[in-house]
Structure formats: C-alpha cells, structure tokens
Design a binder for this molecule. Structure first.
Ligand code: GRF
Length: 244
C-alpha cells in the first residue's frame, strides 16, 4: 500500500524522513525536538545520513535512538554514492529527505527518485548568496560585504544544483549595523530552527496526502525586530504554513 492508497479514516503511517547532515546538527536537533511533539504523529525520522563519520549530527541522532549511516563522498564515483544512498533510503523506508547542513551535492539519480520530496535550508534569502561554496560564515560575510540590510533563511526543494530548487518558505532577518558574520549567523540560525521543523512537517503532510508541495506564503507583516537571540513567533510561522 502506498501512502496515497490509504483510505479516508484508515490509519496513516507517519511519513518517514531521512536527514542528511555534515556538521554539528543543530537543525537536526530542532527537527528531532519538533517531532517529539504532536507533529510526531505525521512524521518521524527514519535515518540520519552523513558524509563525515565525525559529524556531531550523528551523535545527536544516536542519542535520540535514530538509525545512522555514513556514506563517504570524497574521491568516490558519483554512481557509487548514488547507489549506496538509494539503497540506504530504501532500506529505511524513506518517503522524504531533509538536508540539514549537508555540504555535498545530492547525486542527480537520488534527486530524480525523490523529486519534490527533498528539502534544504539555506542561511540567506535565496536566490542571493547561494551556490557552490556558499555555506557557513562565507554566506554571512558575503551578505555583510554586499551591504544588505536584510538577510534571512530559505527552505527550498532540492534539484540537481546547489541551492537552486523552487523556494518553499523564507523568513527575513534584519542585519544590524554592528553585525559580524558570527552575530548574523546566530540570529539567522535561531530563525532556521524556528521555521525548518514546521516547514518539514507541512511538506510531510503534503507528501502523506499525495499532494504536490507548493510554496508557502510568508505573512505580510513579518516582524523586523528580531534581536540576536530571538526567534519568530511560532504561531505566526505555523499559520503561514497552513498548520493552524
Ligand atoms: C545551517 O546554517 C544551514 O542553513 C546550512 O548549514 C548550517 C547547518 O548548521 N545549510 P547545523 O549543522 O544544523 O547546526
């Protein structure tokens, strides 16, 4: 039975999500925490995949009792990486994939197999300040060097190119006159943690319903008063995502 076949009224099994991460995994942690709440009925983590055995994200997954898998990428033919990735995703019964600080290009074969069901979060307002090599502090330094007064976080569908697939959801973050790459990164990261888990939940609910995922609307009156430690209002985010 596919997810789509489930009849109205029949028990729908939670959508199984694979998270790919290369780093510390604070976004993964936010996803884990979110799925411990009511969203856990709709979705759960099937496996956490990393290209790096030392990734902090793997430790966070283990602590949460989620299966982990290291799939090395460096110096390997892309076909081998694609095949191992597809096997891993199939074994875990994966319905959708969320990249959370994954620094590798997802093989085209994997994108094809999960088209419309792979999401990523980027710490700027795409399509600006994205692409190959634009990750971590480099993104925030580029935003500051360009003199931007506004940055933000973007959730988008993943295609065959870095940071280029259709944008699903964005949230603006003010740039302060005295910002460094570090202070801006911290402000953006808080917003990432606030918007990524509920956006994944909304995408999972669309996947469960067999619907195509469409862009979500950021509320017009988005507040521009976020201090470094602030996160957007959870209710406002959930309303924008159609979860309220
Ligand atoms: C985040 O800023 C995310 O936007 C980017 O990589 C970073 C990952 O951080 N894609 P973490 O590993 O989730 O803490």
């Amino acid at each position: 039975m596919t997810l789509r076949d489930s009849e109205a009224g029949a028990e729908r099994r939670p959508v199984r999500i694979a998270v790919f991460a290369s780093g510390g995994g604070s976004n993964l942690q936010a996803i884990l925490d979110h799925l411990r709440g009511p969203a856990g009925e709709a979705a759960r983590l099937a496996v956490v995949v990393s290209d790096k055995p030392e990734a902090g994200a793997l430790e966070r997954a283990r602590r949460a009792g989620v299966a982990t898998r290291v799939i090395p990428v460096r110096d390997r033919p892309v076909d081998a990486v694609a095949a191992e990735t597809l096997d891993t995703l199939a074994e875990a019964g994966t319905d959708m994939v969320a990249l959370a600080g994954y620094l590798r290009l997802v093989p085209a074969e994997v994108v094809r197999a999960f088209r419309g069901r792979i999401v990523n979060i980027h710490p700027a307002l795409l399509p600006a300040f994205g692409g190959k090599g634009m990750y971590g502090a480099r993104v925030h330094r580029a935003v500051l060097d360009a003199g931007c007064r506004v940055s933000g976080a973007t959730v988008h569908l993943v295609d065959e190119h870095y940071d280029r697939g259709p944008i699903l959801f964005q949230w603006p973050v003010p740039v302060r006159a005295d910002d460094t790459a570090e202070t801006l990164a911290a402000r953006v990261l808080r917003v990432e943690h606030a918007i990524y888990p509920p956006t994944i939940e909304a995408v999972a609910r669309a996947v469960a319903g067999g619907e195509a995922v469409r862009p979500f609307r950021v509320p017009d009156a988005t507040t521009f008063t976020l201090a470094a430690g602030d996160a957007p209002d959870a209710w406002q985010v959930r309303r924008a995502l159609g979860l309220e």
